[in-house]
Design a protein around this ligand. Sequence first.
Ligand code: DLL
Length: 441
Amino acid sequence: MIFNPEMEQMEKSEKEKLQLSRLQETAKRVYENVPFYRQKFDEAGVKPEDVKSLDDLQKLPFTKKQDLRDNYPFGLFAAEMKDVVRIHGSSGTKGKPTIVGYTRNDLDMWSELVARSIAAAGGQPGDMFHNAYGYGLFTGGLGLHYGAERLGCTTTPVSGGNTPRQITLIQDFQPRGIAGTPSYILNIAETMEKMGLDPRETSMEYGIFGAEPWSEEMRATLEEKLNLKAIDIYGLSEVLGPGVSIECHEAQDGLHIQDDNFIAEIIDPKTGEKLDYGEEGELVFTSLTKEAFPVIRYRTGDIASLNPEPCKCGRTTIRMSRIKGRYDDMLIIRGVNVFPLEIEEPLLTVSELAPHYQLVVTKEGPLDKVELQVEVEEKFLAGLDMPKFDPEHSALLKLQGKLSKIIRDTLNVTTGIRIMEPGSIPRSEGKAVRVVDKRNQ
Ligand code: DLL
């Protein structure tokens, strides 16, 4: 089902006209209401009236995460505080959270975009919908919540954590749809298995998973374990929250960007130059309809590419690739750039290993040293003669060698590898911690 065919199937030239008039309004809004933007525009020698075509977006300055920090908490708001009815934020890795705000119209638009997203994932009015994203400052919980209600789903605000209760509610309420981070949903599935329940037997038909990087292999694992369709949803607080883009269940091939509300660009992160369709680089978003917290050319730090080809689902919106990672999370292992996800992919192809891993980064002299810690699959372990877990057991050493070779062959890097006992890697209840950085300890 297409929730808003008028917008989601709009013809290209008409969409571009709409984008341009909305971009002009947004440029005017930030210039008139936010001293930060006025100063940046002035420094760049550009006025809102200079935006005469979509190409003129290139003339506008970028906005970065540091700009949000410098203007903490409300300095970038473009609406009066009396009109701001909701605050959200993201915790980030250090310091104060990044704060964003919404007017009533913003919340209305957000609900609509999430309703569109759930429909794209295969959701329908009347579905029972289990929302396991965290409720709070994080945008995942309330973002999915209001969108599910807007679509007409019976929405259960379970939030993250308390896994046994999640399982009881899944069994008793019989949801058709579930939402949560892929790592937490995996945790729920495995907890069910431990309780002697078969996660393939639940009522769930589709899952809306995102808020953290996950690989095609993780999709295959989740679809197999839970017998549902796993759909990738993307978003970030600075731009909206969940609902910026989502895959459709028909193709599961790229995430449809809600481009009546956002313009996406891909840039070279070093030069800031705009890249072509298909080229991989940093994803940049400009909001077109937001009132309280519009963003102009916001540099997400996320790596993706764009695809303008029409999709078989009938939507005409531009699509982005699955996120490969964040520039912040990139590791440099002996001169080779590696994203955690690139390690997840080969790792999940080894059936003797469980999909639980962490990369521990330490310093050895001037070089970064990376150790991949990964759990062995319980079933494999049970077949070995090992009363007490022994990492030096020949079968585990052999497994270690096998994984090391696969990683070397696919990524051209050598990492240390530690095979861990089942259950020893901390389980996620929200965003999984994949990189443990001990370089400054
Ligand atoms: O994670 C919003 C969200 C909630 C998205 C629920 C999807 C579902 P933040 O906490 O601000 O917002 O974190 C945003 O998370 O810049 C990406 O690095 C990462 N991210 C979000 N979705 C995906 C995804 C929410 N599908 C940051 N794949 C973003 C990979 C993702 N990374």
